[in-house]
Design a binder for this molecule. Structure first.
Ligand SMILES: Cc1cc2nc3c(=O)[nH]c(=O)nc-3n(C[C@H](O)[C@H](O)[C@H](O)COP(=O)(O)O)c2cc1C
Length: 314
């Protein structure tokens, strides 16, 4: 007997996706690397690595190291630059029918505007992600204070055509909800909530940092509860705003947790490094779990955990 499964069709800020399982920025290479392992047309969407105006060579190697709770990484923002991406990578993604979210990071408002003009004018862009942590462009952490984040989002929203949603990516932190409110006020159509957590590790033999770059992040299983909490806080404050939950998703049960917290979709990052086919498996597991709970589609689970929380506090 086949087990019942739910239909995974998902609306994200007005765009219809076949699945709520996306790839997270920077973890799926150019997309070509995933193709042998993954049916890219089944992906909710593929997110590019963060693109800057100029191409970046990235941090010295090693850029990745395993830790007990996940992966410590520092890519130094390696990317081919927006023009290089548009010329050499986007056409292939569009040809495969991949829904592509283009992640951008500028250093100045003029740069944000130029990046957004290029991405917004390109055919085959499903959404634009505004990467506010500054880690990939080597700029200030705009997601730590509402004013800077709001200005960047305002400029990007102005340059990107209306039909292309602008998603602001936010790092969990004490200002998270204030920053979320500020970027939504300035036109963000949705939020990506969750990110790698700034982290560091030393080599006890050489007594030097384990990674050569200056700004490593911890991602993977250790950050899932951080992401669930962050999504829950944002959803409670802004229940109508679509959220993509990002952090530590490896299984359908992990994805379901983020939906219960209020995410409409989830992004899978570190799990791709060990298992590039993970999004297909996670989607199948999620469909099965939703059906087990008599939920007919992902939207039925979005924010459902809050009713339980509210019940407990009643
Ligand atoms: C190797 C690697 C590269 C990443 N590159 C980017 C990037 O270019 N832009 C970005 O916004 N996030 C980047 N991230 C962060 C992920 O998109 C994601 O937010 C974070 O890793 C948490 O999700 P995860 O635990 O599923 O990996 C990167 C993460 C890793 C591990």
């Amino acid at each position: 007997m086949t087990r019942p499964t739910a239909d995974l069709g998902t609306d994200l800020a007005g765009v219809t996706l076949p699945s709520p399982v996306l790839t997270a920025a920077g973890c799926g290479g150019t997309g070509r690397e995933l193709e042998p392992y993954l049916d890219l047309s089944r992906l909710g969407a593929f997110t590019t690595r963060t693109l800057t105006l100029d191409r970046r060579p990235g941090a010295p190697t090693p850029r990745l190291v395993a830790t007990p709770g996940g992966v410590l990484s520092d890519t130094g923002g390696q990317n081919p630059g927006i023009q290089g991406f548009l010329a050499a990578e986007l056409p292939w993604l569009a040809q495969q029918g991949v829904r592509t979210i283009v992640s951008l990071a500028g250093l100045t408002l003029a740069e944000w505007a130029e990046l957004a003009r290029h991405a917004g004018a390109a055919p085959g862009v499903t959404a634009v992600e505004v990467e506010l942590s500054g880690r990939y462009a080597g700029g200030p952490s705009l997601d730590l204070e509402p004013f800077g984040a709001a200005k960047a989002v305002h400029v990007v929203r102005r340059e990107v055509p209306r039909g292309v949603p602008v998603l602001a990516k936010l790092t969990p932190g004490s200002q998270l909800v204030d920053v979320a409110r500020a970027v939504v006020k300035e036109g963000a159509d949705g939020l990506v909530v969750g990110h790698g957590v700034p982290a560091l590790a030393f080599d006890p033999v050489t007594l030097t940092p384990l990674l050569g770059g200056g700004s490593p992040s911890l991602s993977g299983p250790a950050v899932l509860p951080v992401a669930v909490r962050a999504v829950a806080e944002v959803h409670a404050a802004l229940p109508g705003v679509p959220v993509v939950g990002a952090g530590g998703v490896r299984t359908g049960a992990d994805a379901l947790q983020l939906l219960l917290a209020g995410a409409a979709a989830v992004a899978v990052g570190t799990a791709l490094l060990a298992d590039p086919g993970a999004p297909d498996r996670i989607a199948d597991e999620l469909a099965g779990l939703l059906a087990e709970h008599d939920l007919t589609r992902p939207a039925d689970a979005v924010g459902l955990g809050h009713t339980v929380l509210e019940g407990e506090h009643a």
